[in-house]
Design a protein around this ligand. Sequence first.
Ligand SMILES: *[C@@H]1O[C@H](CO)[C@@H](O)[C@H](O)[C@H]1NC(C)=O
Ligand SMILES: *[C@@H]1O[C@H](CO)[C@@H](O)[C@H](O)[C@H]1NC(C)=O
Ligand SMILES: *[C@@H]1O[C@H](CO)[C@@H](O)[C@H](O)[C@H]1NC(C)=O
Ligand SMILES: *[C@@H]1O[C@H](CO)[C@@H](O)[C@H](O)[C@H]1NC(C)=O
Ligand SMILES: *[C@@H]1O[C@H](CO)[C@@H](O)[C@H](O)[C@H]1NC(C)=O
Length: 416
Amino acid sequence: MSILGIFLVLPVLNGFSMKEYCHKKDFSCEQPFFNQQEKLEFGRCSSINVLRRISRLGMIDCVRECLVTSQCKGINYRPDWQMCDVVGEIIPEDIGHEDGCMYSNISTWPETLAGECRNNDCADGEKCLFEEYKVRCEQVYCENNPNADNAISDEKFGIHKNLGTGLKFRCKDGYKLQGHPYSFCMHSGRWETQFRCILIGTEISNEFPKDCSDLPMNSKSGVYVVSTNITVFCDMDSDSGGWTVIQHRFNGMQTFEKNWHEYKTGFGDVSGEFWLGNDNLHAILSQRKYKMRVDLEYLDGNTALAVYSGFNVGNESTGYKLSISGYSGTAGDGMTDIYRNSLNGMNFSTADRNQDMSDTQDCAELKRSGWWHRNCATGNVNGLYRPGEKGDDVMHWRTLNGTYSLSMTRMMIKPA
Ligand SMILES: *[C@@H]1O[C@H](CO)[C@@H](O)[C@H](O)[C@H]1NC(C)=O
Ligand SMILES: *[C@@H]1O[C@H](CO)[C@@H](O)[C@H](O)[C@H]1NC(C)=O
Ligand SMILES: *[C@@H]1O[C@H](CO)[C@@H](O)[C@H](O)[C@H]1NC(C)=O
Ligand SMILES: *[C@@H]1O[C@H](CO)[C@@H](O)[C@H](O)[C@H]1NC(C)=O
Ligand SMILES: *[C@@H]1O[C@H](CO)[C@@H](O)[C@H](O)[C@H]1NC(C)=O
């Protein structure tokens, strides 16, 4: 062990020593400059509006994280855990008693600690990074709070909003749980809540909406659980709302070159890019009669839509057989093959399960998409995401603009 090492593990003497709060590698932290107790409120912390929680971080590094994080107004620091909370806007009354924790108002610290990131203009939910001589912003927390009505956080130190985190909840007294008691802050920056707390005594069968059209009036667009246990994104804005989104693409982050099993169970993030899953689709569609709407957009901002007054998908043993009818809209009927025969009655095909009607080609492979291919299909919304390019395998809607790649597609359903 080096002499320096021995020095650093020396026990802390009585009273305040900054070293106690510093990370092993953070030598500057122990300097007299920072040794100002008046910056710190001992035995007090905020359990409200914790934007981020970071473990194994020294206190000065915690101050730095606050200075580079949008909306940060202070830190909670728990030396015993080397745990840093980056805290947003609070009122002084929100700072409660907590042994072994201390709050520090960020306005008591010099902004220069943020280095190149001082005066950054990152958006809410983001932090500033300085890498390779460039300042950039990165999403690190969910801006809003999770939808968790009638639930209490089961987290030891309360809710935080780190991107990618899963928070556990339990229901308040008098309420019972339906679903999995978690809420996830997804990489899209939105929460996905996988449960509801319902009043004990209310009938389960009536409690869950069958689909987004059952949500109370003036519900906001967002993630909800429908049809007992299916997590979906509800579009409550387009065409008087109530739409259950079943497919969405807009940035190419999620690949759609997936196999039978993946199309069966669904993939992606329902508040980002995703395919809801053929089993989920079948489960929702078998509850009522539905219409289906496809929204399309090109890079230059041109938009169009196709609406089908009848839409249904069979179960797996029927090959997820499609029923589709009653086209109207501005995009042209892309639910047809190149001979303009409707895709009605077709099975679903993926690269590993060819069920199309073409004798000469494997449509799912050619079009690089799982779909109800016939002699392939003129709409290829599950194709490759290559906006600006052209080709059989890219995401296109031939009846609208040949095989030019779209930049956005969205499919959604609503009771007919
Ligand atoms: C932090 O300090 C600023 C400036 O002194 C003050 O306006 C604000 O109320 C303080 N915040 C808390 C939570 O005490
Ligand atoms: C969802 O609920 C249905 C009954 O409504 C049940 O058959 C199915 O197994 C459940 N799926 C999961 C993943 O819990
Ligand atoms: C699948 O659907 C068909 C046709 O509706 C039905 O006859 C069959 O029983 C279903 N199979 C399963 C496993 O639910
Ligand atoms: C469609 O699926 C059904 C049920 O699995 C199967 O019997 C039929 O052969 C499939 N059709 C094609 C063209 O693969
Ligand atoms: C078709 O796509 C091309 C290339 O993206 C674009 O320039 C053109 O405006 C599009 N036409 C329509 C009708 O959207």
